[in-house]
Design a protein around this ligand. Sequence first.
Ligand SMILES: Cc1cc2nc3c(=O)[nH]c(=O)nc-3n(C[C@H](O)[C@H](O)[C@H](O)COP(=O)(O)OP(=O)(O)OC[C@H]3O[C@@H](n4cnc5c(N)ncnc54)[C@H](O)[C@@H]3O)c2cc1C
Length: 398
Amino acid sequence: MGKPHILIAGGGIGGMAAALALLRKGFDVDIYEQAEQFREVGAGIQISPNGNRALHALGVFETLQALSTKAEGKEIRLWNTGQTWKLFDLGKEAIDRYGFPYLTVFRPDLLQVLADAVAKLKPDALHLNTHVVGCTQTGGKVTLAFDNGGTATGDALIGADGVHSKIRNILHGESKARFTGMMAWRGVIPMEALPEHMTRRVATNWVGPGAHVVCYPLRGGKLMNFVATVERIGWQNDSWSTQGSIEECKGDFVGWHADIQTMIAKAPSLFKWALMGWPPMENWTVGNATLLGDACHSTLPFLAQGAVMALEDAVILGRAFETHGSDIGETLRRYEAARIDVTRQKVLGATANTERFHNPLLATVAGAQAYVDREWSREAIIHRYEWIFTYDVNTVTV
Ligand SMILES: Cc1cc2nc3c(=O)[nH]c(=O)nc-3n(C[C@H](O)[C@H](O)[C@H](O)COP(=O)(O)OP(=O)(O)OC[C@H]3O[C@@H](n4cnc5c(N)ncnc54)[C@H](O)[C@@H]3O)c2cc1C
């Protein structure tokens, strides 16, 4: 067999990163994306040092860094009084300690940077308006079926089609992503609309009983990202993302600090996202097909590692193909073996943060101080984050 031809279902961050990793290793790739136009949610994303190490391995770190904001630090603030606890320094300290900064990035910039790099290597790799509806395997080949009646056949398939993955259902049996009991308000606020004291280059987690708010600057400080997570008994909407109103969001944050009220009031629009998920999977690969990104390890966003995991998957997948590519089954087994435990640990870590960010002890200042001393001591932070930030996609065994 010559170099394998690899099909990718889904052209989100994970699918485009996988395409780039494989094209850079000299493999032929086609990506099938259901959207008519290439676009990302107009929101922010945090890329921790390990994610930037993966972007560097993909050759796009410098380009993305120029479009992003380097967070100087991360802090915890109490929902009502605004009392502040430093979580960690992220400027020079992140670079000294991990070799890469902690970036806050506008999601469309990340996707565009990946797409531009893919297009440079294969201009016609991305097929838009192509909804995958089926997948079959015979004689060592994988064939995708599209809703327009078309098909495509290749040597391997990567299902990077997100939390509602069709490929996952085909490979592992039909089931539905579950509502996690939480929804997120998301918006992006022009920084010029905010008072001076709110424009610092730090990523802040406002924590309170039953809810938390994450905010950080984007695009060199021109925008402020706002994500507010609240617990909900059930999701009342058919759709998993929908426009909400400023008034409704205010209703969820009655009694919260004036800075939170200001961000809600100044948001040009706010969207509501149901946070959906699956329990971690036992295995991803079936024959010559496997999964990547949210399709196999969807996560609550409370460790800010969902997209970062997809970037890491992509680099490791590229390395597995480079080393074992003449045997697709072996390649996919090696990729899965390298990634399944580490991604499971992160998914469980993100879930564990729910209780940390929403704890009832945060209701009072005294309870919060004791809780923060215990949960966010330097030792506890290092224990929870150091193994994540030091993970090196270049040296993990594949
Ligand atoms: C509120 C919130 C905040 C977050 N913050 C962070 C953060 O700070 N840092 C971080 O690392 N992660 C964060 N994440 C997680 C991150 O957004 C996801 O993990 C990441 O987008 C997963 O990328 P993906 O490519 O696997 O899936 P997706 O981004 O969902 O992409 C899947 C793609 O597949 C396409 N597709 C789906 N079905 C089909 C089909 N049948 N045929 C063809 N195409 C199809 C979709 O259109 C889409 O383009 C956050 C998530 C949320 C909800």
